[in-house]
Design a protein around this ligand. Structure first.
Ligand SMILES: Nc1ncnc2c1ncn2[C@@H]1O[C@H](COP(=O)(O)OP(=O)(O)OP(=O)(O)O)[C@@H](O)[C@H]1O
Ligand SMILES: [Mg+2]
Length: 268
């Protein structure tokens, strides 16, 4: 299939998503996509039933991030022989102490089966029926399965750090999303690792991307290291940090936006 054909296959005429799903997408690897997806999802889980899905099929590590030792993983609900229904997905998630359910990637990297975008699409559909909100960690890859999730999302949270390479890849990602039929009106900018005094300031980034920041997250190495050392949430490891406050404020905005963009969806 040529490039146009491949994009068309991912962009059926069905139109915008009716799923309550946030796709967290990194402009570049290492932008903080997993950290933000996990901590935002845990905040959302205080008021909604939330399933966090690790879609980073190459070295996804939400289990490590949340100190989970899963007995099942996303592989268990993918594949041509799998009977995919809500019970199967419920049986494959790991419960986190925050109330969040997590569909993890396997720890072992030997399990490199080909990932079918159609199967991932069905998985996300079933998951969005069974939980009030789905948060997908899409990393920064552009595999078909990830593009499917981005296209299906209620909106895409594009994580950008204030560096030239990240900004360049954010522009490329916005171009790709547009080609997939995801208009800029369904993309929100998350500025991560923000600090004052950088040569690339917020106004520069917003001008380059032709969009304003939806949420910002402070640079806070101390809080992140404390969380990573324990596999803890930022709210547990650094409850009073600026970054934790940013995550809380962002979760409130994300939920309001999901409710506004997908108003007909029920709350479970
Ligand atoms: N706001 C922040 N302040 C300081 N460090 C941060 C911040 N956000 C993320 N980091 C750190 O950046 C590193 C990468 O974060 P993370 O693994 O979440 O990124 P990622 O985009 O998921 O990476 P990958 O592309 O490998 O999946 C981690 O060590 C994390 O603690
Ligand atoms: Mg990641």
């Amino acid at each position: 299939m040529g490039q146009d054909g491949a994009l068309a296959a991912l962009n059926p005429a069905a139109g915008a998503s009716t799923w309550m799903m946030l796709a967290v997408v990194g402009a570049k690897g290492g932008c903080g996509t997993s950290l933000l997806a996990a901590n935002l999802a845990a905040e959302l889980a205080a008021t909604r039933s939330v399933c966090l899905v690790d879609l980073q099929f190459s070295k996804g590590d939400l289990a490590g991030c949340l100190n989970l030792a899963p007995t099942h993983c996303v592989r268990d609900v993918l594949g041509p022989d799998v009977r995919l229904d809500a019970a199967a997905v419920r049986g494959s998630v790991e419960a986190h102490s925050s109330g969040l359910d997590v569909l993890t990637q396997p720890y072992d990297l030997v399990d490199l089966i080909r990932v079918d975008a159609g199967e991932v699409d069905r998985l996300l559909g079933v998951t969005s029926q069974a939980w009030s909100v789905v948060v997908a960690d899409c990393g920064s890859g552009i595999e078909e399965a990830l593009l499917t999730a981005m296209r299906r999302a209620t909106f895409v949270l594009l994580v950008v750090t204030p560096t030239i390479p990240a900004l360049r890849d954010a522009v490329r990602t916005l171009g790709l999303l547009k080609d997939l039929g995801v208009p800029q009106s369904r993309v929100r900018l998350a500025l991560n690792r923000w600090q004052s005094g950088l040569s690339l300031d917020q106004a520069d980034i917003e001008e380059q991307l032709a969009m304003t920041s939806f949420v910002t997250f402070a640079e806070d190495l101390h809080a992140c290291v404390a969380a990573e050392e324990r596999g803890a949430l930022l709210s547990e490891a650094a409850p009073r940090s600026r970054l934790t406050r940013d995550v809380r404020a962002a979760a409130t905005r994300v939920l309001a936006e999901l409710d506004q963009l997908a108003p007909s969806l029920r709350s479970l």
